[in-house]
Write a protein that binds this ligand. Structure first.
Ligand code: PLP
Length: 404
C-alpha cells in the first residue's frame, strides 16, 4: 500500500518526509520495515513470471526489497534524478560506478584530494584491471582539461573535499566531460542535496555515502548512486543484483528516518560551523581555517553560488607549530583535551566529531599522496553537530589555550 499520490513540484524538505512512504496493509503512519530476505509467492506461475521479470513483485532481497525501494525513490526525488540505487556502503556505491562505467583500457580523472578510500580504489585497485587514473588539482578546471585523453571515460569529483573543503565547479566539469564524451560523477556525501543537487548542474551520476549526513546519527552504513534509468537502473541495477552490493532493508529504513531531518540538521550545523570558523580564524593558536563559508576561502563565491548560500558542517584548521613532529603533537593535544567532541573519523553526525586526518582517514596513503592531498600533521577536522555553540567553543579552547 503506497501513500496518497503527491502533487508535483514539491520542495526537497517536503520530499524528505513524504516521498515514497510505503505502508503495509495495516496503514502504519511510519514507513514499514520489510525485514525479510525472501518473499512468498502466491503460486508457481506468479513465481515464474516474477523471476522472469514479466511481472512486478518482490522475490529475494538481493534483487529488490520494498523498504530499500522507498529509500531509493526518496533519495532520487531529493537529488532530482530519474532514479537511485542503494548499496551497502558509500564505497560499494563507488565500486559499482567503477565496475560498470569503466573497462580495461579506459581512463578516469579524479581530484587528488578525494576521500582516502576512493583514491585507493580508483588509483590502485582499478589499475589491476587495466584502468588508468589521473589525479589533478581539485579546484583547477584547466588541470582537469589538460588531463583529458581520447580514452577518458569518466571525471570523478567530490565537492567540497574532506578535510580541506576544496570545491570544484560542477557545471564547468560537466561541460568539460560532455564535450569529450565522458561522464561526470559527483560524490555528494559532504554537501547532501540540501546544499547542492549535482544532477541539476549537469552531473550524470551522483554518489552518496549514506553513512554520513543522510543517517546523521552514526548508526548504520549505506550508500547510493543516483542518475538516469538507462544507466543506473538498467546497467548498475543488473550488476548490483548479480554482485550482491545491496543495502540491507534495516539500514535503508534507518537512513530514511534520518533523511526526514536532513534539511534541519544540515542548515543548523552549517550555521554553527560558520560561526565556529569565524571565531577560530581570530584565535592566535590557529594558523589557518579551511571553510567555504568564510570570505577568506579561495572559492567562497563559488561556494555561495553552488551550495545554496551555505558552507556546510565540516571545517578544518591548522594549529600553529613548526615541523611535522611538533605539529602532530600540537594537534593531538587539542584533540585529546576535548571533553565533548568525539574522536572518530565519522562525520555528518549530530554529535560533533574531531579527527586528525594525517594519521586516520589519510593514514594509509603514502607520504607523497598525503602531500598532494595537502593534509599536514597540524591539521584537525571538525564535523559540527548540534551541541550548543558556547559549549563547543569551550571544548576547543581547553586545548588551544594551553598550546605552546
Ligand atoms: C565516508 C565517505 C565515503 C565512503 O563511504 P562509506 O559509507 O564509509 O563506505 C565516500 N565518500 C565520501 C566523501 C565520504 O565521506
Amino acid at each position: 500500500m503506497t501513500d496518497k499520490k503527491l502533487p508535483p513540484g514539491l520542495h526537497p524538505d517536503t520530499l524528505a518526509v513524504r516521498e515514497a512512504v510505503e505502508r503495509s496493509q495495516w496503514g502504519e503512519h511510519s514507513e514499514a520495515l520489510y525485514l525479510a530476505s525472501s518473499f512468498v509467492q502466491p503460486n508457481a506461475e506468479t513465481a515464474a513470471r516474477r523471476f522472469a521479470a514479466l511481472e512486478e513483485g518482490y522475490t529475494y532481497t538481493r534483487t529488490g526489497n520494498p523498504t530499500v525501494t522507498s529509500f531509493e525513490r526518496r533519495l532520487a526525488a531529493m537529488e532530482g534524478t530519474e532514479c537511485a540505487i542503494a548499496t551497502s556502503t558509500g564505497m560499494s556505491a563507488i565500486l559499482l560506478v567503477a565496475l560498470t562505467v569503466l573497462k580495461t583500457g579506459d581512463h578516469v580523472i579524479c581530484s587528488q584530494s578525494m576521500f582516502g578510500s576512493t583514491i585507493k580504489l580508483l588509483g590502485t585497485e582499478m589499475a589491476r584491471f587495466g584502468v588508468e587514473t589521473s589525479f589533478v588539482a581539485q579546484t583547477d578546471v584547466e588541470a582537469w582539461k589538460a588531463a583529458i585523453r581520447p580514452n577518458t571515460r569518466m571525471l570523478f569529483a567530490e565537492t567540497p573535499t574532506n578535510p580541506l573543503t576544496d570545491l570544484c565547479d560542477i557545471a564547468a566539469l560537466a561541460d568539460l566531460a560532455h564535450a569529450h564524451g565522458a561522464l561526470l560523477a559527483v560524490d555528494n556525501s559532504f554537501a547532501t542535496p540540501v546544499l547542492q543537487q549535482p544532477a541539476k548542474l549537469g552531473a550524470d551520476l551522483v554518489v552518496h555515502s549514506g553513512t554520513k549526513f543522510l543517517d546523521g546519527q552514526g548508526r548504520v552504513m549505506a550508500g547510493a548512486v543516483c542518475g538516469t534509468v538507462a544507466l543506473v537502473d538498467k546497467v548498475m541495477g543488473t550488476f548490483l543484483r548479480s554482485g550482491g552490493l545491496n543495502l540491507s532493508p534495516f539500514n535503508a529504513w534507518v537512513v530514511m528516518k534520518g533523511m526526514e531531518t536532513l534539511s534541519l540538521r544540515v542548515k543548523a550545523e552549517s550555521a554553527a560551523a560558520l560561526e565556529l570558523a569565524r571565531w577560530m580564524e581570530a584565535h592566535p593558536k590557529v594558523a589557518r581555517v579551511y571553510y567555504p563559508g568564510l570570505e577568506s576561502h579561495p572559492q567562497h563565491a563559488l561556494a555561495m553560488r553552488q551550495q545554496n548560500g551555505m558552507g556546510g558542517a565540516v571545517l578544518a584548521f591548522d594549529v600553529v607549530g613548526e615541523g611535522a613532529e611538533q605539529l602532530r603533537a600540537q594537534a593531538f593535544h587539542v584533540i585529546d583535551s576535548t571533553l565533548l567532541c568525539s574522536i572518530t573519523a565519522n562525520l555528518g553526525d549530530v554529535k560533533t566529531t574531531i579527527t586528525h586526518p594525517a594519521s586516520t582517514s589519510h593514514g594509509r596513503l603514502t607520504e607523497e599522496q598525503r602531500q598532494s592531498a595537502g593534509v599536514g600533521q597540524g591539521l584537525i577536522r571538525i564535523s559540527v553537530g548540534l551541541e550548543h555553540l558556547d559549549d563547543l567553543k569551550a571544548d576547543l579552547l581547553r586545548g588551544l589555550d594551553t598550546l605552546t
